[in-house]
Design a protein around this ligand. Structure first.
Ligand SMILES: *Cc1c(COP(=O)(O)O)cnc(C)c1O
Length: 495
């Protein structure tokens, strides 16, 4: 029996995998989740390639897709042209029973590539299966990393266009140039005068704008999203938890069945949620460590039971991709923790919308505590960790990874994991955040980000990631700046 997808708020009919991918989310609120989480025996996948593991993990979720279609999505997404190592992701020991899972070998140097290289392929097949010959317009608000990863995934795809909005002056120069130099016949990149929340609210308003939607429908266009609210973006992330666990089996660090911990630098709760699904499928994960920076709404929630965004200050940090207050995917986790009680989810999110907060019952707290340890670390602590790890093991990590590595220290004390290995998800190449990484290493940076990249390459960080190399010599193709209020007109112009 194929697995169908239901809404966390009980407000949608159940859909096939293709339907859930094409819809993205329930338009009246609510996220698609599998109606049951399939169990799997991963032990027999030890030693297999990333692609083989991906096919095995994804197949039970992809009802309605033929084995040939699934293989084609996987094999085209994870080709050597896209990922610069054949194993796609890599598990590197850094001493003290700690391992770093490098997820940034894709085209844009952030972990989002792992999902955004395959999701457009899901979407193409989904539209064919649904007999949907409309043009899909993907609308994206980005604080930096999602935009470029989505552009690379969706550019030049038949039947699909993509428009990305980023905060004018609110992304790093590397991130801006990565987006502004994107080619492709179906891409639009626009800077909007406002912060990330303004861009995100602007995009959400476009999704909810009935007049605009009707106009789009009249012209054969449907809106969709590339954010991690889409199940098609979430499920490919389960694969690397399995792969990394099996890497430790293959290198005889553990035997299959032994426990490991994963520590994940968290923003929208998408990455770590995939780890939860991996555990529920049967992967022997002991616990997940949820690492946050100064924007510590999740740490407070897991430790105190109240999710409160009201009156909370938004902090800009050196790990900008985790600067987020509303973690969309937490809704999926809460749905599971409540025993799949859609009524409870509706109450919580009503309360969040009306009062900026909600609280969960003690029994749910108890259940969450058994799965998740949450910690947050400040800027100094994460910079210090970059230096410490380098001195101990000559490994250079980026600022997001450093938040996670610092959280591991908080939870375990240095080297006190009771022998249980901990795998730290590394979500960006150090080259993407070179000036801050240099600060962590205690090395004087250059005048700009590109000077810093050069200095970093001479400081033990290895080969410069191709995503940032040569960026200054690429032609800027997108330089439009608009006001937030003009986002609607801009999108109307794309119909
Ligand atoms: C997006 C991102 C994160 C946060 O991941 P979530 O799935 O949103 O929790 C962490 N680090 C980097 C570098 C990112 O780009």
């Amino acid at each position: 029996m194929d697995i169908n997808y239901i809404s966390t708020r009980g407000n949608s009919e159940s859909l096939s995998f293709a339907g859930a991918v094409a819809e993205g989310m329930v338009s009246s609120g609510g996220l698609f989740v599998p109606e049951k989480i399939p169990r799997a025996d991963f032990s027999k996948l030890a030693g297999r390639s990333y692609q083989e593991i991906a096919i095995a993990v994804l197949t039970p979720f992809m009802g309605g897709f033929t084995p040939a279609e699934i293989a084609s999505c996987v094999n085209e997404a994870y080709m050597p042209e896209s990922f610069d190592i054949p194993e796609v992701v890599k598990t590197v020991p850094i001493g003290g029973n700690r391992y770093v899972l490098e997820l940034w070998h894709g085209p844009t140097a952030a972990f989002k590539d792992v999902a955004l290289q395959i999701m457009p392929r899901f979407m193409r097949f989904s539209k064919i299966k649904l007999d949907d010959d409309s043009r899909t317009l993907i609308l994206v608000a980005t604080s930096g990393d999602t935009g470029k990863a989505a552009l690379e995934g969706f550019k030049n795809r038949d039947g699909i266009s993509i428009a990305v909005f980023y905060p004018h002056g609110g992304v790093s120069e590397i991130q801006r140039l990565q987006m502004a130099t994107t080619d492709g016949n179906n891409t639009t990149v626009i800077a909007a005068r406002g912060n990330f929340d303004d861009c995100q609210s602007g995009v959400k308003a476009l999704f909810g704008d009935k007049a605009l939607r009707d106009k789009a429908t009249g012209r054969g266009v449907k809106f969709s999203s590339a954010n991690s609210i889409n199940w098609g973006r979430l499920c490919p992330q389960i694969v690397y938890y399995v792969k990394s666990y099996l890497d430790l089996v293959s290198t005889s660090v553990i035997s299959y069945g032994d426990d490991v911990d994963f520590c994940v630098p968290t923003g929208n709760f998408g990455n770590i949620l995939a780890g939860y699904y991996a555990k529920e499928m049967g992967l022997p994960i002991r616990r997940l460590i949820c690492a946050s920076n100064k924007n510590n709404v999740l740490t407070d929630f897991f430790n105190g039971g109240e999710y409160a965004v009201k009156d909370r200050e938004f902090h800009k940090t050196m790990s900008p991709s985790m600067d987020i207050l509303i973690s969309s995917n937490l809704e999926r986790f809460l749905f599971e923790m409540s025993g799949r009680d859609a009524g409870k989810v509706v109450d919580w999110y009503d309360s969040l919308a009306k009062r900026g907060r909600f609280s969960v019952d003690p029994d749910i707290m108890e259940k969450m505590r058994g799965l998740i340890e949450a910690r947050w670390v400040d800027e100094n602590e994460s910079l210090k960790t970059i230096g410490e790890v380098y001195r101990e093991s000559r490994y250079v990590m980026d600022t997001h990874t450093a938040v996670a590595a610092s959280a591991v220290n908080c939870v375990n004390g240095i080297n006190k994991s009771n022998g249980v290995p901990v795998i730290i998800a590394s979500t960006a190449s150090p080259y993407k955040f070179a000036p801050s990484v240099l600060a962590g290493l205690g090395i004087k940076g250059g005048g700009d980000e590109f000077e810093s990249i050069k200095i970093l390459s001479k400081s033990g960080a290895g080969q410069i990631h191709r995503a940032v190399d040569g960026l200054t010599s690429k032609k800027v193709l997108h330089d439009k700046v608009i006001d937030i209020k003009d986002m609607r007109d801009t999108v109307e112009g794309l119909l």
